[in-house]
Design a protein around this ligand. Structure first.
Ligand SMILES: [Zn+2]
Ligand SMILES: [Zn+2]
Length: 405
């Protein structure tokens, strides 16, 4: 029988909850909950994480079993109270994984992406990267090492993921006595805010008592201003993912001595030289063009996000039975499409060439899967000639990029 991943069915539920949140925010007349560009951007990053995580999740699950079978410290049973202990233990590890994610540059480079959004809604919950998923899984290895059975661990981790999804919303106010026990949407709003009094607060995932215990608790008092203290002001898919790694690299280059260089990698983001980012942005990120989101541009952009999402669901569902060619071509198609979406949001001229790269990926896949690898070069040449003959660049720049040549 074909092995399938039924978690793929949970993915469309994301859009159902998003729709409900959108309707409630309209009904409550809440201002600036959803902006088109920012929602497209958050969802794009989430799609990339979901599809790339497929390549690492199975390896980590096998690693959990390996650690459990060879190095488990305790022989922990499957009794009901063990579940309670495991929920508390995972939450404790989450607290420290999350807190270190904010306090160590190398880890912050991955987690910063989650905090770049200046809007706050359920799409922000999707805004994590495969690098963060990787770091998180390293922390989870502690659980099978302690002696918790991997199947229990995997189940509880899914529960954590579902719980934290619902804390990313503005449509739920304070929840009375629940605020004293759980990390509620109100408390997580504080975590995402850049107001002075809200900085580095509320790291917990399910329970609030770790923050109270370790002195990082803050209730929601004034209206949160969401996003980073120094916003990055770009929708570039790649820059959002990698800018902080570049900043660390630049800071290392500017520092003398191994000890000082290590201090940058493992030091606090608050000590980073704030002049580095604007310099790098000037060098790598030319000024974005003003985007006029016409109806047709929205349709073109949204269609690409929807196609990427559906393809990601399909790859998730059949991941175990797909061959390498299908996995890598499918994933490359999605990533290139998401890079194009970021470029479209800022009307970058280079996306025209990225669009052709995507065409070549599709052609490559068709010919290689049909067993005609030698025809790939011919198809590349024919594509190039077609582009020249029909002057497709003029058409594309006029209708997609609004540039009259
Ligand atoms: Zn955080
Ligand atoms: Zn969050």
């Amino acid at each position: 029988m074909e092995k399938v991943n039924y978690l793929a069915f949970a993915l469309p539920a994301f859009f159902i909850f998003l729709f409900i949140e959108y309707k409630i925010s309209k009904y409550k007349k809440l201002k600036r909950v959803f902006r088109y560009e920012s929602s497209v951007n958050n969802i794009s990053i989430g799609i990339a994480e979901r599809v790339l995580s497929l390549f690492i999740t199975a390896s980590f699950y096998s690693l959990f079993y390996y650690i459990y079978e060879h190095y488990a410290l305790l022989n922990i049973s499957n009794k009901w109270y063990i579940w309670v202990t495991l929920v508390l233990t995972t939450d404790f590890i989450w607290y420290w994984y999350h807190r270190l994610g904010h306090q160590v540059n190398l880890l912050w480079a991955a987690h910063i992406v989650h905090h770049q959004s200046e809007d706050f809604n359920l799409t922000v919950a999707a805004r994590i990267t495969v690098f963060q998923a990787l770091i998180r899984n390293v922390f989870w290895c502690l659980l099978p090492w302690m002696g918790f059975h991997p199947s229990l661990v995997i189940f509880i981790l899914i529960l954590h993921g579902v719980y934290s999804f619902f804390t990313h919303t503005q449509v739920v106010g304070k929840l009375g006595w629940l605020e004293y026990i759980f990390i509620t949407p109100s408390l997580h709003r504080v975590h995402h805010a850049s107001n002075e009094k809200y900085l580095d607060r509320n790291y917990g995932d399910i329970f609030v008592f770790w923050d109270k215990m370790f002195g990082t608790f803050q209730a929601e008092e004034e209206k949160p201003a969401y996003g980073l203290t120094h916003p990055i002001k770009t929708y570039s898919f790649l820059w959002q993912h990698f800018h902080y790694y570049f900043e660390i690299w630049e800071a290392i280059k500017r520092t003398n001595g191994l000890k000082n260089k290590l201090k940058i990698i493992f030091g606090s983001p608050t000590l980073m030289d704030q002049s580095i980012r604007p310099i790098l942005e000037k060098k790598w990120l030319p000024q974005a063009r003003k985007t006029n989101f016409t109806f047709s541009l929205r349709v073109y952009l949204s269609t690409q996000v929807v196609v990427s999402f559906l393809l990601m669901c399909l790859i998730t569902y059949y991941f175990e039975s797909l061959n390498h060619l299908e996995k890598y071509f499918g994933t490359s198609f999605i990533i290139i499409t998401l890079i194009i979406c970021g470029g479209l949001l800022e009307q970058r001229r280079w996306i025209y060439y990225t669009e052709w790269l995507r065409v070549l990926i599709i052609e490559g896949y068709i010919f290689i899967s049909l067993g005609y690898s030698s025809l790939v070069i011919i198809s590349v040449i024919l594509t190039f000639i077609t582009e020249r003959i029909f002057k497709i660049d003029i058409w594309y720049k006029r209708f997609v990029l609004n540039i009259r040549l």
